[in-house]
Ligand binder design. Structure first.
Ligand SMILES: Nc1ncnc2c1ncn2[C@@H]1O[C@H](COP(=O)(O)OP(=O)(O)OP(=O)(O)O)[C@@H](O)[C@H]1O
Length: 294
């Protein structure tokens, strides 16, 4: 329910927009309950009268400018869709940050670019630090889990969720790298190397090109990492589930089958592949195309 008293001259509101999703506008005249409209100054300099016969029709209010770019969404006075999107946008475009806290949850934006924020020096900077003292980062989530585990001797879980192509796999890899570095000496790093080395094999069999992600994981993954009494990484286990089996026999237009099929065909001349007799096959024959309809 809108608080009518807050719709004063100079305050900002969010208006739905078919192209930009939300645009902000400034209130030009303080709204009174008997008014039938709200007089606004739009971003492009035009004035507009927004019908608002009842307080329930008033648009969503903007946050005070001082809160713009807050590194924790829970610090915003008003937490609605345009406020969240605007704050994430400001942090990404103006501050160059893809990460924002929402309490203990970390929101990450996929930059589709290699950012210089995952090096050893960044890991060292986050190691041993409290989450609340540090700028939002996937490393601070990993550090929080690691510290809580060693301090309270309790198992910890990090859940990474998001739509296809949002960066879950990449985030999981950085989390793993962080835990391996803070979890011990060079000996343990080889554990991380072994876990990371399993990725190309897992991705070959379980990943495929989709319209949303060229390397989309078509299965769920549960990675369990074991630590010793002093917090050193001992090993890791991976459990997979819910694989998209139907992709083997059918792919939507512009999508592909699992990488492994193309890799097998591309390497069919190698001596170790001879036993599969792929060389004898006509790759364009109807039989061979049956598994690749994309
Ligand atoms: N933090 C990041 N820095 C740079 N690039 C990133 C980052 N996160 C994601 N990307 C880019 O986005 C692509 C898609 O990310 P990723 O494969 O992790 O998505 P996903 O959420 O696991 O997708 P799916 O559910 O389809 O498997 C990556 O291949 C990478 O190019």
């Amino acid at each position: 329910m809108a608080t009518v008293e807050l719709y004063t001259k100079g305050a900002t509101v969010w208006i739905p927009d078919p192209d930009a999703v939300w645009v902000s506008a400034q209130i030009l005249e303080t709204y009174r309950a008997e008014d039938q409209h709200l007089l606004l100054l739009l971003n492009d300099g035009r004035e507009a009268r927004l019908p608002a016969a009842a307080p329930g029709e008033l648009p969503l209010l903007g946050n005070p400018a001082i809160l713009e770019g807050a590194n924790d969404l829970t610090a915003l006075s008003l937490l609605h869709e345009p406020a969240v999107l605007h704050n994430l946008r400001v942090r990404f475009l103006d501050y160059g940050s893809i990460y924002t806290y929402c309490g203990i949850v970390l929101v990450a934006i996929n930059p589709y670019d290699q950012l210089p924020v995952y090096g050893k020096e960044v890991i060292d900077a986050y190691s041993g630090q409290d989450m609340t003292d540090m700028e939002p980062h996937i490393f601070s989530v990993a550090e929080e889990a690691y510290r809580t585990m060693t301090r309270e001797e309790e198992n910890q879980s990090i859940v990474i969720s998001g739509e296809s192509g949002s960066g879950k796999t990449v985030s999981a890899k950085f989390t793993l790298r962080y835990l391996a570095v803070v979890g011990g000496a060079s000996e343990q790093t080889s554990v991380e190397e072994r876990v990371l080395a399993s990725n190309p094999v897992m991705e070959s069999i379980g990943n495929a090109k989709t319209t949303r992600n060229d390397n989309s994981s078509r299965f769920g993954k549960y990675i369990e990492i074991g630590f010793g009494a002093t917090g050193e990484m001992l090993g890791a286990n991976m459990r997979t589930y819910l694989m998209e089996k139907s992709r083997v026999v059918f792919q939507a237009p512009s999508e592909r089958n699992y990488h492994v099929f193309y890799q097998l065909c591309a390497s069919r001349a190698l001596p170790e592949m001879r036993a599969l007799r792929l060389e004898d096959r006509d790759m364009n024959s109807p039989a061979m195309r049956r598994w690749d309809q994309g």
